[in-house]
Design a protein around this ligand. Structure first.
Ligand code: TRP
Ligand code: SF4
Length: 542
Protein backbone atom coordinates (compact mmCIF):
# COMPACT_ATOMS: atom_id res chain seq x y z
CA UNK A 1 0.00 0.00 0.00
CA UNK A 2 1.21 3.48 -0.75
CA UNK A 3 1.40 6.43 1.56
CA UNK A 4 -1.20 9.11 1.49
CA UNK A 5 -1.64 12.66 2.67
CA UNK A 6 -4.04 13.16 5.48
CA UNK A 7 -5.86 16.28 6.36
CA UNK A 8 -8.02 16.69 9.37
CA UNK A 9 -6.66 13.83 11.45
CA UNK A 10 -7.43 14.68 15.06
CA UNK A 11 -6.01 13.28 18.30
CA UNK A 12 -7.38 9.94 19.44
CA UNK A 13 -10.77 10.08 21.08
CA UNK A 14 -10.56 8.13 24.32
CA UNK A 15 -14.19 7.07 24.29
CA UNK A 16 -14.23 5.74 20.74
CA UNK A 17 -14.75 2.00 20.51
CA UNK A 18 -15.70 -0.39 17.78
CA UNK A 19 -19.15 -1.91 17.88
CA UNK A 20 -19.07 -5.68 17.68
CA UNK A 21 -20.24 -5.51 14.08
CA UNK A 22 -17.47 -3.13 13.12
CA UNK A 23 -19.66 -0.01 13.05
CA UNK A 24 -18.34 3.06 14.77
CA UNK A 25 -19.42 4.15 18.21
CA UNK A 26 -20.00 7.90 18.51
CA UNK A 27 -16.84 9.87 19.10
CA UNK A 28 -18.19 13.36 18.71
CA UNK A 29 -17.41 16.42 20.80
CA UNK A 30 -20.07 17.01 23.40
CA UNK A 31 -21.93 20.23 22.81
CA UNK A 32 -23.80 22.03 25.52
CA UNK A 33 -26.85 22.98 23.55
CA UNK A 34 -28.31 21.35 20.48
CA UNK A 35 -30.90 22.73 18.18
CA UNK A 36 -32.83 20.81 15.60
CA UNK A 37 -33.65 23.07 12.71
CA UNK A 38 -35.37 21.47 9.72
CA UNK A 39 -34.26 24.31 7.43
CA UNK A 40 -30.86 24.94 8.99
CA UNK A 41 -27.60 23.12 8.51
CA UNK A 42 -27.91 19.45 9.13
CA UNK A 43 -25.23 18.63 11.66
CA UNK A 44 -25.34 17.26 15.17
CA UNK A 45 -22.43 17.59 17.58
CA UNK A 46 -23.26 14.72 19.87
CA UNK A 47 -26.13 12.39 19.12
CA UNK A 48 -26.40 11.44 22.79
CA UNK A 49 -27.56 15.00 23.56
CA UNK A 50 -30.68 14.34 21.52
CA UNK A 51 -31.80 11.71 23.99
CA UNK A 52 -31.68 13.92 27.07
CA UNK A 53 -32.68 17.13 25.35
CA UNK A 54 -35.55 16.04 23.12
CA UNK A 55 -36.61 12.68 24.46
CA UNK A 56 -35.52 10.76 21.37
CA UNK A 57 -34.86 7.21 22.53
CA UNK A 58 -31.79 5.11 21.83
CA UNK A 59 -32.39 2.66 18.98
CA UNK A 60 -30.49 -0.02 20.91
CA UNK A 61 -33.47 -0.23 23.25
CA UNK A 62 -35.78 -1.54 20.50
CA UNK A 63 -33.20 -3.26 18.30
CA UNK A 64 -33.95 -6.64 19.88
CA UNK A 65 -37.62 -6.38 18.91
CA UNK A 66 -36.70 -6.23 15.23
CA UNK A 67 -36.59 -9.70 13.79
CA UNK A 68 -34.12 -9.24 10.97
CA UNK A 69 -32.66 -5.75 11.35
CA UNK A 70 -31.34 -3.74 8.42
CA UNK A 71 -27.60 -3.18 8.30
CA UNK A 72 -28.08 0.49 9.12
CA UNK A 73 -29.75 -0.68 12.33
CA UNK A 74 -27.05 -3.26 13.05
CA UNK A 75 -24.26 -0.72 12.63
CA UNK A 76 -25.71 2.03 14.78
CA UNK A 77 -26.26 4.35 11.81
CA UNK A 78 -29.90 4.38 12.85
CA UNK A 79 -29.30 5.58 16.38
CA UNK A 80 -32.62 6.85 17.71
CA UNK A 81 -36.37 6.46 17.54
CA UNK A 82 -39.73 7.46 18.91
CA UNK A 83 -42.09 4.59 19.68
CA UNK A 84 -40.60 2.31 17.04
CA UNK A 85 -41.65 -0.60 19.28
CA UNK A 86 -45.20 -0.22 17.94
CA UNK A 87 -43.96 -0.74 14.38
CA UNK A 88 -41.58 -3.55 15.28
CA UNK A 89 -44.40 -5.34 17.06
CA UNK A 90 -46.82 -5.02 14.16
CA UNK A 91 -44.08 -6.24 11.83
CA UNK A 92 -43.35 -9.25 14.01
CA UNK A 93 -47.05 -10.15 14.31
CA UNK A 94 -47.91 -9.73 10.66
CA UNK A 95 -50.24 -6.82 11.45
CA UNK A 96 -50.59 -3.73 9.23
CA UNK A 97 -47.96 -1.04 9.52
CA UNK A 98 -46.68 1.73 7.30
CA UNK A 99 -43.57 3.77 6.55
CA UNK A 100 -43.40 7.18 4.93
CA UNK A 101 -40.73 9.73 4.18
CA UNK A 102 -40.44 12.82 2.06
CA UNK A 103 -37.80 14.53 -0.02
CA UNK A 104 -37.41 18.18 -0.78
CA UNK A 105 -36.48 18.39 -4.45
CA UNK A 106 -33.91 21.15 -4.10
CA UNK A 107 -30.92 19.46 -5.74
CA UNK A 108 -29.55 16.09 -6.81
CA UNK A 109 -30.32 13.06 -4.65
CA UNK A 110 -27.08 12.05 -2.91
CA UNK A 111 -25.77 9.22 -0.79
CA UNK A 112 -27.40 10.73 2.32
CA UNK A 113 -30.82 10.36 0.69
CA UNK A 114 -29.93 6.81 -0.19
CA UNK A 115 -30.07 5.92 3.51
CA UNK A 116 -33.71 6.98 3.64
CA UNK A 117 -34.56 5.34 0.30
CA UNK A 118 -33.09 2.09 1.66
CA UNK A 119 -35.01 2.41 4.92
CA UNK A 120 -38.29 2.82 3.03
CA UNK A 121 -37.55 -0.08 0.73
CA UNK A 122 -36.61 -2.31 3.65
CA UNK A 123 -39.90 -1.58 5.42
CA UNK A 124 -41.70 -2.36 2.19
CA UNK A 125 -39.91 -5.69 1.97
CA UNK A 126 -40.97 -6.41 5.54
CA UNK A 127 -44.59 -6.10 4.43
CA UNK A 128 -45.39 -2.47 5.23
CA UNK A 129 -47.48 0.00 3.25
CA UNK A 130 -44.80 2.37 2.10
CA UNK A 131 -45.07 5.95 0.88
CA UNK A 132 -42.49 8.24 -0.66
CA UNK A 133 -43.36 11.84 -1.33
CA UNK A 134 -41.90 14.82 -3.06
CA UNK A 135 -42.08 17.83 -0.75
CA UNK A 136 -42.61 20.29 -3.56
CA UNK A 137 -44.80 22.72 -1.62
CA UNK A 138 -42.04 22.96 0.95
CA UNK A 139 -39.29 23.40 -1.67
CA UNK A 140 -41.27 26.17 -3.33
CA UNK A 141 -42.35 28.04 -0.21
CA UNK A 142 -39.34 27.54 2.06
CA UNK A 143 -36.56 27.39 -0.51
CA UNK A 144 -37.96 29.44 -3.35
CA UNK A 145 -37.43 26.69 -5.93
CA UNK A 146 -39.21 27.27 -9.22
CA UNK A 147 -41.73 24.69 -10.40
CA UNK A 148 -39.63 23.62 -13.35
CA UNK A 149 -36.56 23.04 -11.16
CA UNK A 150 -38.78 21.10 -8.79
CA UNK A 151 -40.09 18.92 -11.64
CA UNK A 152 -36.55 18.05 -12.72
CA UNK A 153 -35.30 17.22 -9.26
CA UNK A 154 -38.46 15.31 -8.40
CA UNK A 155 -37.85 13.04 -11.38
CA UNK A 156 -34.31 12.36 -10.17
CA UNK A 157 -35.38 11.46 -6.65
CA UNK A 158 -38.07 9.14 -7.90
CA UNK A 159 -35.79 7.41 -10.39
CA UNK A 160 -33.23 6.71 -7.67
CA UNK A 161 -35.86 5.46 -5.27
CA UNK A 162 -37.20 3.09 -7.93
CA UNK A 163 -33.72 2.05 -9.01
CA UNK A 164 -32.85 1.06 -5.46
CA UNK A 165 -35.83 -1.27 -5.36
CA UNK A 166 -38.96 0.63 -4.34
CA UNK A 167 -41.97 -1.28 -5.60
CA UNK A 168 -44.31 1.37 -6.96
CA UNK A 169 -47.15 -1.08 -7.51
CA UNK A 170 -47.13 -2.04 -3.88
CA UNK A 171 -46.34 1.38 -2.42
CA UNK A 172 -47.42 4.91 -3.19
CA UNK A 173 -45.45 7.84 -4.52
CA UNK A 174 -46.92 11.31 -4.62
CA UNK A 175 -46.11 14.98 -4.74
CA UNK A 176 -47.60 17.18 -2.05
CA UNK A 177 -49.03 19.63 -4.57
CA UNK A 178 -51.05 16.88 -6.26
CA UNK A 179 -52.42 15.15 -3.21
CA UNK A 180 -55.82 16.55 -2.43
CA UNK A 181 -56.34 14.29 0.59
CA UNK A 182 -53.09 15.42 2.14
CA UNK A 183 -54.00 19.06 1.65
CA UNK A 184 -57.45 18.58 3.15
CA UNK A 185 -55.93 16.80 6.11
CA UNK A 186 -53.38 19.61 6.47
CA UNK A 187 -56.23 22.07 6.72
CA UNK A 188 -57.88 20.05 9.50
CA UNK A 189 -54.62 19.66 11.40
CA UNK A 190 -53.90 23.36 11.06
CA UNK A 191 -56.99 24.09 13.10
CA UNK A 192 -55.32 22.39 16.06
CA UNK A 193 -52.04 24.33 15.86
CA UNK A 194 -51.38 28.00 16.40
CA UNK A 195 -48.72 30.55 15.59
CA UNK A 196 -47.16 30.75 19.07
CA UNK A 197 -46.42 27.10 18.80
CA UNK A 198 -44.74 27.54 15.42
CA UNK A 199 -42.68 30.36 16.90
CA UNK A 200 -41.56 28.13 19.74
CA UNK A 201 -40.87 25.04 17.64
CA UNK A 202 -39.42 26.51 14.47
CA UNK A 203 -38.39 30.03 15.43
CA UNK A 204 -40.91 31.45 12.97
CA UNK A 205 -41.57 35.15 13.33
CA UNK A 206 -43.34 38.02 11.66
CA UNK A 207 -41.07 37.67 8.62
CA UNK A 208 -41.90 34.04 7.91
CA UNK A 209 -43.99 33.65 4.80
CA UNK A 210 -47.40 32.11 5.19
CA UNK A 211 -46.90 29.38 2.60
CA UNK A 212 -43.88 28.18 4.53
CA UNK A 213 -46.17 27.75 7.51
CA UNK A 214 -48.63 25.94 5.31
CA UNK A 215 -45.85 23.58 4.24
CA UNK A 216 -45.42 22.63 7.91
CA UNK A 217 -49.03 21.57 8.33
CA UNK A 218 -48.68 19.80 5.00
CA UNK A 219 -45.81 17.79 6.40
CA UNK A 220 -47.83 16.82 9.48
CA UNK A 221 -50.53 15.67 7.06
CA UNK A 222 -47.97 13.67 5.07
CA UNK A 223 -46.93 11.93 8.25
CA UNK A 224 -50.49 10.93 9.13
CA UNK A 225 -51.58 10.20 5.56
CA UNK A 226 -50.79 6.45 5.67
CA UNK A 227 -53.43 6.16 8.37
CA UNK A 228 -56.10 7.53 6.04
CA UNK A 229 -55.49 4.64 3.73
CA UNK A 230 -57.51 1.66 5.07
CA UNK A 231 -57.16 2.29 8.80
CA UNK A 232 -55.09 3.86 11.56
CA UNK A 233 -51.91 1.85 11.99
CA UNK A 234 -48.39 2.08 13.39
CA UNK A 235 -46.37 4.22 10.99
CA UNK A 236 -42.66 4.89 10.99
CA UNK A 237 -41.11 8.04 9.58
CA UNK A 238 -37.43 7.41 8.73
CA UNK A 239 -35.65 10.76 8.70
CA UNK A 240 -32.59 12.64 9.93
CA UNK A 241 -32.88 14.09 13.43
CA UNK A 242 -33.32 17.60 11.97
CA UNK A 243 -36.87 16.51 11.12
CA UNK A 244 -37.72 15.58 14.69
CA UNK A 245 -39.53 18.87 15.39
CA UNK A 246 -42.05 17.89 12.71
CA UNK A 247 -42.43 14.44 14.21
CA UNK A 248 -43.02 15.84 17.70
CA UNK A 249 -45.57 18.34 16.44
CA UNK A 250 -47.39 15.63 14.49
CA UNK A 251 -47.46 13.33 17.50
CA UNK A 252 -49.11 16.14 19.45
CA UNK A 253 -51.60 16.95 16.72
CA UNK A 254 -52.53 13.28 16.36
CA UNK A 255 -53.61 13.32 20.00
CA UNK A 256 -55.36 16.68 19.77
CA UNK A 257 -57.48 15.39 16.90
CA UNK A 258 -58.86 12.48 18.90
CA UNK A 259 -62.52 12.48 19.92
CA UNK A 260 -61.95 10.74 23.24
CA UNK A 261 -59.16 10.35 25.70
CA UNK A 262 -59.10 7.07 27.59
CA UNK A 263 -57.72 7.10 31.14
CA UNK A 264 -58.03 5.03 34.26
CA UNK A 265 -59.87 6.30 37.31
CA UNK A 266 -60.97 5.10 40.76
CA UNK A 267 -63.79 7.48 41.64
CA UNK A 268 -65.72 10.36 40.17
CA UNK A 269 -62.84 12.85 40.42
CA UNK A 270 -59.88 13.18 38.04
CA UNK A 271 -56.35 12.10 38.92
CA UNK A 272 -53.10 12.82 37.16
CA UNK A 273 -50.69 9.96 36.45
CA UNK A 274 -48.76 10.26 39.69
CA UNK A 275 -51.82 10.68 41.86
CA UNK A 276 -53.34 7.68 40.15
CA UNK A 277 -50.26 5.61 41.02
CA UNK A 278 -50.70 6.49 44.69
CA UNK A 279 -54.43 5.86 44.76
CA UNK A 280 -53.85 2.53 43.04
CA UNK A 281 -51.34 1.57 45.74
CA UNK A 282 -53.88 2.44 48.44
CA UNK A 283 -56.69 0.60 46.71
CA UNK A 284 -54.61 -2.52 46.05
CA UNK A 285 -53.41 -2.69 49.64
CA UNK A 286 -56.89 -2.26 51.11
CA UNK A 287 -58.68 -4.51 48.63
CA UNK A 288 -56.14 -7.25 49.25
CA UNK A 289 -57.19 -7.21 52.93
CA UNK A 290 -60.86 -7.67 52.09
CA UNK A 291 -62.48 -11.14 52.10
CA UNK A 292 -63.52 -10.79 48.51
CA UNK A 293 -61.14 -8.36 46.75
CA UNK A 294 -63.56 -7.96 43.82
CA UNK A 295 -66.33 -6.77 46.09
CA UNK A 296 -64.05 -4.81 48.40
CA UNK A 297 -65.67 -1.78 49.92
CA UNK A 298 -62.85 0.75 50.00
CA UNK A 299 -64.00 4.26 50.80
CA UNK A 300 -62.02 7.38 49.87
CA UNK A 301 -61.52 8.43 53.50
CA UNK A 302 -60.10 5.02 54.36
CA UNK A 303 -57.71 5.22 51.39
CA UNK A 304 -56.64 8.67 52.56
CA UNK A 305 -55.77 7.28 56.00
CA UNK A 306 -53.72 4.53 54.39
CA UNK A 307 -51.96 6.92 52.04
CA UNK A 308 -51.11 9.35 54.84
CA UNK A 309 -48.81 6.69 56.35
CA UNK A 310 -47.45 5.46 53.06
CA UNK A 311 -43.96 6.27 51.92
CA UNK A 312 -43.89 6.41 48.07
CA UNK A 313 -40.81 5.05 46.29
CA UNK A 314 -38.05 7.63 45.74
CA UNK A 315 -38.23 7.29 41.95
CA UNK A 316 -39.85 8.96 40.12
CA UNK A 317 -39.64 11.96 42.43
CA UNK A 318 -42.95 13.24 41.03
CA UNK A 319 -44.71 10.41 42.86
CA UNK A 320 -43.87 11.71 46.33
CA UNK A 321 -44.64 15.23 45.16
CA UNK A 322 -48.16 14.14 44.18
CA UNK A 323 -49.01 12.85 47.65
CA UNK A 324 -50.51 16.06 49.08
CA UNK A 325 -52.94 16.54 46.18
CA UNK A 326 -53.86 12.86 46.09
CA UNK A 327 -54.65 13.03 49.80
CA UNK A 328 -56.70 16.14 49.33
CA UNK A 329 -58.78 14.54 46.59
CA UNK A 330 -59.34 11.36 48.58
CA UNK A 331 -60.42 13.29 51.65
CA UNK A 332 -62.79 15.37 49.57
CA UNK A 333 -64.19 12.09 48.19
CA UNK A 334 -65.39 11.20 51.69
CA UNK A 335 -67.54 8.06 51.71
CA UNK A 336 -67.46 7.52 47.95
CA UNK A 337 -66.22 3.99 47.26
CA UNK A 338 -63.07 3.53 45.21
CA UNK A 339 -63.67 1.30 42.23
CA UNK A 340 -61.20 0.84 39.37
CA UNK A 341 -62.67 1.82 36.01
CA UNK A 342 -61.70 3.12 32.60
CA UNK A 343 -62.81 6.60 31.72
CA UNK A 344 -63.61 8.04 28.32
CA UNK A 345 -63.10 11.80 28.36
CA UNK A 346 -64.87 13.75 25.67
CA UNK A 347 -62.22 15.83 23.94
CA UNK A 348 -63.55 16.75 20.54
CA UNK A 349 -66.42 14.39 19.96
CA UNK A 350 -69.59 15.47 18.22
CA UNK A 351 -72.76 14.97 20.27
CA UNK A 352 -73.72 12.00 18.11
CA UNK A 353 -70.35 10.39 18.60
CA UNK A 354 -70.56 10.85 22.38
CA UNK A 355 -74.05 9.33 22.39
CA UNK A 356 -72.86 6.46 20.24
CA UNK A 357 -69.98 5.80 22.60
CA UNK A 358 -72.30 5.66 25.60
CA UNK A 359 -74.46 3.16 23.71
CA UNK A 360 -71.45 1.07 22.74
CA UNK A 361 -69.97 0.68 26.22
CA UNK A 362 -70.89 -2.79 27.43
CA UNK A 363 -71.47 -3.77 31.02
CA UNK A 364 -71.79 -1.42 33.93
CA UNK A 365 -71.23 2.22 33.07
CA UNK A 366 -71.81 5.64 34.54
CA UNK A 367 -72.47 8.63 32.33
CA UNK A 368 -71.39 12.17 33.20
CA UNK A 369 -71.49 15.44 31.28
CA UNK A 370 -68.03 15.19 29.81
CA UNK A 371 -67.10 11.60 30.43
CA UNK A 372 -68.28 8.02 30.64
CA UNK A 373 -66.92 5.53 33.15
CA UNK A 374 -66.91 1.84 32.24
CA UNK A 375 -66.46 -0.81 34.91
CA UNK A 376 -66.19 -3.94 32.81
CA UNK A 377 -63.71 -2.92 30.11
CA UNK A 378 -59.94 -3.20 30.08
CA UNK A 379 -57.89 -0.22 29.04
CA UNK A 380 -57.10 -1.89 25.68
CA UNK A 381 -60.73 -2.71 24.99
CA UNK A 382 -61.63 0.88 25.80
CA UNK A 383 -58.95 2.26 23.49
CA UNK A 384 -60.17 0.07 20.65
CA UNK A 385 -63.79 1.04 21.25
CA UNK A 386 -62.97 4.76 21.36
CA UNK A 387 -61.18 4.51 18.06
CA UNK A 388 -63.96 2.49 16.44
CA UNK A 389 -66.66 4.96 17.46
CA UNK A 390 -64.51 7.87 16.32
CA UNK A 391 -63.93 6.27 12.92
CA UNK A 392 -67.63 5.57 12.54
CA UNK A 393 -68.44 9.23 13.19
CA UNK A 394 -66.20 11.09 10.76
CA UNK A 395 -63.14 11.15 13.00
CA UNK A 396 -59.65 9.99 12.06
CA UNK A 397 -58.76 7.87 15.09
CA UNK A 398 -55.05 8.49 14.54
CA UNK A 399 -52.30 6.69 16.33
CA UNK A 400 -49.24 8.70 17.16
CA UNK A 401 -46.65 8.21 14.43
CA UNK A 402 -43.28 6.61 15.20
CA UNK A 403 -39.91 7.65 13.84
CA UNK A 404 -36.36 6.40 13.39
CA UNK A 405 -33.34 8.69 13.05
CA UNK A 406 -30.09 8.10 11.22
CA UNK A 407 -26.75 9.78 11.63
CA UNK A 408 -25.67 12.25 8.99
CA UNK A 409 -22.83 11.07 6.75
CA UNK A 410 -19.70 13.17 7.21
CA UNK A 411 -18.45 15.25 4.31
CA UNK A 412 -15.66 13.65 2.29
CA UNK A 413 -13.55 16.74 2.80
CA UNK A 414 -14.10 16.73 6.58
CA UNK A 415 -16.88 18.60 8.34
CA UNK A 416 -20.41 18.12 7.18
CA UNK A 417 -21.60 16.88 3.85
CA UNK A 418 -22.94 19.86 1.96
CA UNK A 419 -24.60 20.02 -1.41
CA UNK A 420 -22.95 23.41 -1.97
CA UNK A 421 -19.47 21.80 -1.75
CA UNK A 422 -19.39 19.23 -4.57
CA UNK A 423 -16.21 17.53 -3.33
CA UNK A 424 -17.83 16.96 0.08
CA UNK A 425 -20.62 14.75 -1.18
CA UNK A 426 -21.36 12.12 -3.76
CA UNK A 427 -24.46 12.61 -5.81
CA UNK A 428 -26.28 9.54 -7.07
CA UNK A 429 -25.94 11.17 -10.50
CA UNK A 430 -22.15 11.60 -10.31
CA UNK A 431 -20.33 9.83 -13.11
CA UNK A 432 -18.65 6.68 -11.71
CA UNK A 433 -15.20 8.18 -12.44
CA UNK A 434 -16.08 11.30 -10.48
CA UNK A 435 -17.29 9.22 -7.55
CA UNK A 436 -14.03 7.30 -7.74
CA UNK A 437 -12.00 10.51 -7.74
CA UNK A 438 -13.92 12.03 -4.83
CA UNK A 439 -13.31 8.98 -2.69
CA UNK A 440 -9.64 8.99 -3.60
CA UNK A 441 -9.39 12.64 -2.59
CA UNK A 442 -11.28 12.19 0.68
CA UNK A 443 -9.98 13.09 4.11
CA UNK A 444 -9.18 10.03 6.22
CA UNK A 445 -8.61 9.13 9.83
CA UNK A 446 -5.08 8.05 8.93
CA UNK A 447 -1.76 9.10 10.51
CA UNK A 448 0.76 11.39 8.90
CA UNK A 449 3.21 8.64 7.92
CA UNK A 450 2.83 4.99 7.04
CA UNK A 451 5.15 4.14 9.88
CA UNK A 452 3.02 5.93 12.41
CA UNK A 453 -0.07 4.31 11.00
CA UNK A 454 1.43 0.84 11.41
CA UNK A 455 2.41 1.69 14.94
CA UNK A 456 -0.70 3.48 16.19
CA UNK A 457 -3.36 2.29 13.80
CA UNK A 458 -5.73 4.58 11.94
CA UNK A 459 -8.73 6.32 13.41
CA UNK A 460 -11.61 4.62 11.71
CA UNK A 461 -14.10 6.39 13.97
CA UNK A 462 -12.93 9.71 12.60
CA UNK A 463 -12.71 8.59 9.01
CA UNK A 464 -15.21 9.57 6.30
CA UNK A 465 -13.95 6.69 4.18
CA UNK A 466 -14.75 4.18 6.90
CA UNK A 467 -18.21 5.73 7.07
CA UNK A 468 -18.65 5.12 3.36
CA UNK A 469 -18.01 1.42 3.95
CA UNK A 470 -20.36 1.23 6.92
CA UNK A 471 -23.19 3.35 5.48
CA UNK A 472 -23.15 2.18 1.89
CA UNK A 473 -20.28 0.33 0.27
CA UNK A 474 -20.31 -2.81 2.40
CA UNK A 475 -24.05 -3.25 1.87
CA UNK A 476 -25.22 -6.20 3.92
CA UNK A 477 -21.72 -7.58 4.36
CA UNK A 478 -20.85 -7.08 8.05
CA UNK A 479 -17.62 -9.03 7.57
CA UNK A 480 -16.28 -6.33 5.30
CA UNK A 481 -16.97 -3.49 7.76
CA UNK A 482 -15.46 -5.50 10.57
CA UNK A 483 -12.36 -6.28 8.56
CA UNK A 484 -11.84 -2.69 7.44
CA UNK A 485 -12.34 -1.46 10.97
CA UNK A 486 -10.06 -3.85 12.75
CA UNK A 487 -7.33 -3.76 10.10
CA UNK A 488 -7.44 0.02 10.27
CA UNK A 489 -7.23 0.44 14.02
CA UNK A 490 -4.64 -2.30 14.31
CA UNK A 491 -2.36 -0.62 11.82
CA UNK A 492 -2.62 -3.37 9.22
CA UNK A 493 -4.36 -1.17 6.68
CA UNK A 494 -3.00 1.95 5.06
CA UNK A 495 -5.21 4.66 3.68
CA UNK A 496 -4.02 4.56 0.08
CA UNK A 497 -5.15 1.00 -0.46
CA UNK A 498 -8.20 1.40 1.69
CA UNK A 499 -9.37 4.34 -0.41
CA UNK A 500 -8.56 2.54 -3.63
CA UNK A 501 -10.85 -0.31 -2.58
CA UNK A 502 -13.56 2.12 -1.50
CA UNK A 503 -13.25 4.16 -4.69
CA UNK A 504 -13.61 1.01 -6.80
CA UNK A 505 -16.71 -0.01 -4.87
CA UNK A 506 -18.15 3.49 -5.18
CA UNK A 507 -17.64 3.58 -8.90
CA UNK A 508 -19.22 0.13 -9.29
CA UNK A 509 -22.15 1.22 -7.15
CA UNK A 510 -22.71 4.37 -9.20
CA UNK A 511 -22.43 2.55 -12.52
CA UNK A 512 -24.89 -0.08 -11.40
CA UNK A 513 -27.25 2.47 -9.87
CA UNK A 514 -27.31 4.57 -13.00
CA UNK A 515 -28.03 1.56 -15.14
CA UNK A 516 -31.01 0.79 -12.91
CA UNK A 517 -32.12 4.41 -13.05
CA UNK A 518 -32.26 4.13 -16.82
CA UNK A 519 -34.44 1.04 -16.51
CA UNK A 520 -36.66 2.83 -13.99
CA UNK A 521 -37.53 5.50 -16.58
CA UNK A 522 -40.16 3.24 -18.09
CA UNK A 523 -41.65 2.43 -14.68
CA UNK A 524 -41.84 6.11 -13.80
CA UNK A 525 -43.50 6.86 -17.13
CA UNK A 526 -46.32 4.48 -16.25
CA UNK A 527 -46.89 5.92 -12.81
CA UNK A 528 -49.69 8.28 -12.10
CA UNK A 529 -47.41 11.11 -11.08
CA UNK A 530 -47.24 14.37 -12.95
CA UNK A 531 -43.68 15.61 -13.45
CA UNK A 532 -44.65 18.43 -15.71
CA UNK A 533 -46.31 20.84 -13.36
CA UNK A 534 -48.48 23.58 -14.81
CA UNK A 535 -48.21 25.64 -11.67
CA UNK A 536 -46.95 29.20 -11.91
CA UNK A 537 -45.31 31.62 -9.48
CA UNK A 538 -42.01 32.32 -7.80
CA UNK A 539 -42.34 30.99 -4.28
CA UNK A 540 -40.92 32.40 -1.06
CA UNK A 541 -37.72 32.05 0.92
CA UNK A 542 -37.16 30.98 4.47
N1 TRP B 1 -39.19 18.34 5.39
C1 TRP B 1 -38.58 17.20 4.74
C2 TRP B 1 -37.19 17.63 4.22
O1 TRP B 1 -36.77 18.72 4.45
C3 TRP B 1 -39.42 16.68 3.62
C4 TRP B 1 -40.73 16.11 4.06
C5 TRP B 1 -41.97 16.58 3.72
C6 TRP B 1 -40.95 14.96 4.86
N2 TRP B 1 -42.94 15.79 4.24
C7 TRP B 1 -42.35 14.79 4.94
C8 TRP B 1 -40.10 14.06 5.52
C9 TRP B 1 -42.92 13.76 5.67
C10 TRP B 1 -40.67 13.03 6.24
C11 TRP B 1 -42.06 12.89 6.32
O2 TRP B 1 -36.52 16.87 3.60
FE1 SF4 C 1 -7.36 5.10 6.43
FE2 SF4 C 1 -9.18 3.29 5.70
FE3 SF4 C 1 -8.53 3.59 8.24
FE4 SF4 C 1 -9.88 5.46 6.98
S1 SF4 C 1 -10.61 3.40 7.40
S2 SF4 C 1 -8.19 5.77 8.36
S3 SF4 C 1 -9.00 5.38 4.97
S4 SF4 C 1 -7.20 2.89 6.63
Amino acid sequence: MTEDTHEGASPPEPGATARPDGGAEPADEPTADVTLDPWGSASVGDYADLFAEFGIEAFDDVADDVTDPHYLMRRGVIFGHREYDAVAEAMANGEPFAALSGFMPTGDPHIGHKLVFDELIWHQQQGGDVFGLIADLEAHSARGMSWSEIDDHARDYLLSLLALGFDAEDGELYRQSDNREVQDLAFELGSKANFSEFEAIYGFDGETNISHMQSVVTQTADILYPQLVDEPKPTVIPVGPDQDPHVRLTRDLAVRMRYFKVTEAFASFELDDDERGLVRAAYDALAADADDPDAADVRCVRAAEWLADYEPPAEPASLAAAKPTALEKLRAGGKEPLRPRVRFLDRNATDEAFEALIEAVEGEKRVFDEHVDAFDLTREEAEALAREVELDHDGFGFRQPSSIYHRFISGLTGGKMSSSIPASHISLLDAPEDGYDKVKAATTGGRSTAEEQRELGGEADECPVYELYAYLLAGDDDELTKTVYSECVNGERLCGGCKEQAAELMSEFLADHQEKRAEAEAVLEDLDIDLDSDRRGTGGEH
